[in-house]
Design a protein. Structure first.
Length: 174
């Protein structure tokens, strides 16, 4: 397998859209773990996910992810926006898979989230976003996570080009 990327980030930052649309068009397989739009961890990756997430043991998760791809495919996994990795996760993953976060300000992510909810008719609301993201920003702010963040938005709130985001992710995974 070429590469495995766990791509986190706050709700509304565009993880799933970037992975399923752009990365997929560049030969990446996408595994969606969001319970709203994908199968969720329970349906797709237990117990390997628990080994990694709860005990910092990545081997079973990597084996399960490798079973889902051919040797030549890259794989991107997009967990829920509430999924946050600590420095021990980052150390445990080294050499087996990469961890990165798409990043955007709370204002940009909330606006994008609400636009998506209106467009899809799913109807999740501002209070849902606030509840699910209240710890995300404080967790992603410390120095150990800043090098793992890739901006999804320009300063004016517009989306950065997907190709620029991919270049930043490529640098992170090098």
């Amino acid at each position: 397998m070429a590469r495995i990327l766990l791509l986190g980030g706050p709700a509304g930052v565009g993880k799933s859209n970037f992975a399923s649309r752009f990365l997929h068009s560049h030969g990446w397989k996408h595994l969606e773990l969001d319970e709203y739009s994908g199968g969720g961890v329970d349906a797709l990756l237990r117990p390997g996910w628990d080994d990694f997430f709860c005990r910092h043991e990545p081997v079973k998760l990597r084996e399960e992810l490798c079973r889902r791809c051919t040797d030549s495919e890259n794989l991107v996994v997009t967990p829920t926006g509430r999924t946050l990795f600590d420095p021990d996760h980052n150390s445990a993953a080294k050499g087996l898979f990469h961890i990165a976060y798409l990043w955007g300000s709370p204002e940009h992510c909330l606006r994008s989230f609400l636009e998506r909810e209106r467009r899809t008719g799913r109807g999740l609301t501002r209070p849902t976003w606030l509840l699910n993201n209240k710890h995300v920003y404080s967790w992603l702010d410390p120095p150990f996570n800043k090098p793992l963040r890739v901006n999804a938005f320009a300063d004016d709130g517009s989306r950065r080009p997907d190709s620029d985001i991919l270049l930043d992710l490529e640098r992170l995974m090098a």
